[in-house]
Design a protein around this ligand. Structure first.
Ligand SMILES: [Mg+2]
Length: 197
């Protein structure tokens, strides 16, 4: 069986932050500046709780989920993993009714049937349970807690380092990369093992 390789979407394949900041500028009627590397959007863009709520409402109302651009390295990375024999899936913490919007953002890179929407409040533990149920062998995410939760469950948990403030340390067994294009190289041994099995 081809190794199942799972990608997180926002911050890995898709540039959610750029899209959300654009929506914020549009909705609030002023330029939005990133003031910190906080993962939390309100803190990152120095917004009030009320402003942040307004932006989220606009993001959902105007279906910005359909217009989240992909990162430059997304297509090459996914195509390289697929060419090497990987079976590609995605996981994302949004509600299930956004699955088609997510597929539209991905522009055909991953079909909606292979995008698992966990719900916006899904925990790292729940994400790891889904990876286990899928029999995933490799997983890449930009949140340390999500990758740490997958250690011991899948063969290759990989963190795409994004310099967010206040994240826990990567656990022993996590591979850290700075460039998504390194992901196919990191998981190459999985494919070799699958081919020789
Ligand atoms: Mg993410």
């Amino acid at each position: 069986m081809n190794p199942i390789v799972v990608f997180d979407l926002d911050g890995v394949l898709l540039d959610f932050a750029a899209s959300w900041a654009q929506c914020a500028s549009w909705e609030l009627g002023r330029p939005i500046q990133k003031v910190s590397d906080a993962y939390d959007l309100q803190e990152r863009y120095a917004l009030s709780a009320r402003e942040c709520h307004r932006v989220w409402s606009a993001f959902h109302r105007d279906t910005w989920w359909e217009r989240v651009p992909s990162h430059d390295s997304a297509w090459d990375t996914v195509c390289n993993v697929e060419a090497a024999g990987g079976s590609i899936w995605a996981v994302t913490n949004v509600d299930a009714h956004w699955v088609h919007a997510r597929a539209i953002s991905l522009g055909g890179l991953i079909p909606s049937g292979r995008i698992i929407c966990l719900g916006e409040d899904a925990s790292a533990h729940h994400r790891a349970e889904i990876l286990e149920a899928l029999h995933a062998q490799a997983f890449v995410d930009d949140q340390v807690a999500n990758v740490n939760a997958a250690v011991g469950i899948i063969a290759a948990p990989v963190l795409l380092h994004q310099s967010y403030q206040g994240q826990e340390e990567p656990a022993h067994g996590v591979t850290v990369i700075d460039d998504l294009l390194d992901f196919p190289v990191v998981i190459e041994s999985l494919f070799k093992a699958a081919q020789s099995a």
